[in-house]
Design a protein around this ligand. Structure first.
Ligand SMILES: [Zn+2]
Length: 230
């Protein structure tokens, strides 16, 4: 597996209204998934935007790419997916999870617990017939050279997938940060002391050192098509 073999799929987009962007203008945001061939079979990270009801539909005006169409874009059929990983369980990451009934869905246990609480996500997308969770309590290796690493922040149970390729390591960061530039700022915060900056300094994410220790060559995101590179 080479870095270029980690494939991105376009799962749709939504429009964040002006009052939420801080810019006074609405912003169209991407919803991206990733496909990786692993020793445990084909891994799919995130499955797209669910339907969270008329209020959310009107608020975010989502456009969805059906999962079969999104996967076809990289030459994959839904039946080939062996394992689904969700970076977290908000409605915009688990939309097509029910079409993978019977196949393992990898999530952090604390994330599923939170998601079953009120006002977190779409319950029908969580506990559908045939839902089969493989719950993690922290870091785990789920296939040869494929690691799931907790990256809390956006939500407490957020996780990222680290894929060791023959030509370097790729981090599927999900929504660990919303954008590549936010990730970049966090990397600089983690390295500020080593670069000779004096306090006061920004506090990096507690997990950033762990991720950087894996020497990522490429970091990709759920809501940003931009890519971080060292
Ligand atoms: Zn999201």
């Amino acid at each position: 597996m080479r870095i270029d073999d980690v494939r991105r799929i376009d799962l749709g987009s939504f429009v964040r209204p002006a009052e939420e962007t801080g810019t006074g203008r609405p912003r169209v945001e991407a919803v991206l998934g990733y496909v990786v061939r692993t020793s445990a079979g084909l891994l799919l990270l995130d499955t797209g935007l669910g339907d969270a009801g008329p209020e959310t539909e009107a608020h975010y005006r989502p456009r969805r790419v059906p999962i079969a169409e999104a996967l076809a874009g990289v030459g994959v059929a839904p039946e080939e997916v062996a394992v689904v990983v969700n970076c977290h369980l908000h409605f915009d990451h688990i939309g097509a999870n029910p079409s993978f009934a019977g196949r393992p869905i990898v999530a952090q246990r604390r994330e599923l617990d939170a998601a079953r609480g009120p006002d977190y996500t779409v319950p029908e997308l969580l506990d559908f017939p045939g839902a089969r969770y493989e719950l993690l309590d922290g870091e785990a290796q789920i296939a040869t050279g494929v690691h799931v690493i907790p990256t809390p922040g956006h939500v407490d149970g957020h996780q990222s997938v680290v894929v060791e390729c023959t030509d370097g390591t790729v981090v599927l960061a999900g929504q660990a940060h919303d954008t590549a530039s936010a990730w970049s700022a966090d990397v600089l915060a983690a390295r500020a002391g080593a670069r000779g900056h004096e306090p006061p300094l920004p506090q990096p994410s507690p997990w950033m050192e762990r991720i950087l220790a894996l020497d990522p060559r490429r970091v990709v995101f759920a809501h940003d098509a931009a890519v971080w590179m060292p």
